[in-house]
Design a protein around this ligand. Sequence first.
Ligand code: COA
Length: 415
Amino acid sequence: MPIDVRPISDDELVPWVDTASTGFLERPDHEAIAAEVRPHWDLRRTWGAYDGSRIAGTLRTWPTELTVPGLAQVRGTAVTGVTVLPTHRRRGILSQLTAAEATAARGRGEVVALLYASEFPIYGRFGYGAATTSATWTLDAAAAELHPAVAPAGSVELLPSDDAGRDIAIGIFDAWRARQAGEIWRRPIMWAQDFGKGTAWGPPWKGFLVVHRDGAGSVDGYARYHVEGKWVERQPRNKLILDELHALTDDAYAGLWRFLASIDWVTRIEAEKRSPAERLPWLLANARAAVMSDVGDGMWVKLLDIPRALAARTYERSRSLVLEAIVRDGGETDSTAARVRVALDASPDGATAQPTDAEPDLTLNGAALGAAYLGGTRLRDAVLARGFDEHRPGALAEADALFATDRPPWTSTFF
Ligand SMILES: CC(C)(COP(=O)(O)OP(=O)(O)OC[C@H]1O[C@@H](n2cnc3c(N)ncnc32)[C@H](O)[C@@H]1OP(=O)(O)O)[C@@H](O)C(=O)NCCC(=O)NCCS
């Protein structure tokens, strides 16, 4: 029987959650999750793949904004909840779901599609490339004194992690994401869950909120954390899990880390989904107190509208190139896939990117463009997996230099 892919109706939400949790090998309370998410999810963006009346596959999206190099924000669709029942795998159902969503997202005028990949090999074939890099930082709190030359001004204050505290954090986060290529807008339901409201998926967050204030008393940074208690031979060895830390100034960044490392009973701090370019070790008298691990692909990007995406960012060099991208949304092969040709005139002040019939300088897979788009993944590396065709010698090196940015992108928001 052919599989029918369409948005679900309200009475299909519970079976949709059932299928999704089966795909993720979990057994939560489906009714409770459906009740919790119903007011927040847009069912027009909640796809089911139907085998008869049975939902055999799931994918849903929510609208967001992505900050790009040059700090413009482009509209994006954030893809999540992707599953296919183990009884239905490898029959092309995910391919149907990704193709349906790509068409719908273009229809909505969204420029990029974003996701986190459970497994690396899944999404390259659908035009997604690993665009940001994520890392875990571990800090030996006892050895984490700031370098004497680092003397952050300002103060730190514990706030209740209630609605008012959450709104202060949102204000700082939104100011911060406008300055950080790779960061995205977060939905209210994510903030609610981050601050311990609900969730039928697991125990609610119970932790602490701290803000940093500058000399004039304005809030310019925040951190959220919780603690795993541990005592060894009657000595405290607690581990602080840093859920997030965002700072608008260098003083706020250093001041918040200094505060966290000074908390009595805490000997170790762990922070996931941080940037590998973190300044933390360089602020310490003993840089080895901060150790980076678990470095790998963070958020993946697919360019849905290549001309608009390329025109939205700035470039640190000036160059004109004609690029041809092979665009795959679902089950296409390279020979059946669409080809999009764009004349890119790029400069530090901005860019134009127009569809063209001109001969291309470089043909490459759309997934490589998605990977390099935010400047964090080098184009010369991203093309390796799927190949490229250089029609003019030197075109790949020029495009590689054009897309790279001095400051790496970072996405702290997981979805
Ligand atoms: C990942 C998942 C959604 C794939 O669904 P699916 O319907 O089996 O995928 P498709 O049949 O459309 O596969 C399309 C292609 O991708 C490949 N592919 C799919 N999943 C893959 C995986 N996990 N690893 C490697 N290749 C994969 C298929 O082999 C197929 O390749 P082909 O075109 O060369 O034949 C499904 O296996 C699943 O639910 N996994 C568990 C949950 C999960 O990881 N979800 C993703 C969250 S980000």
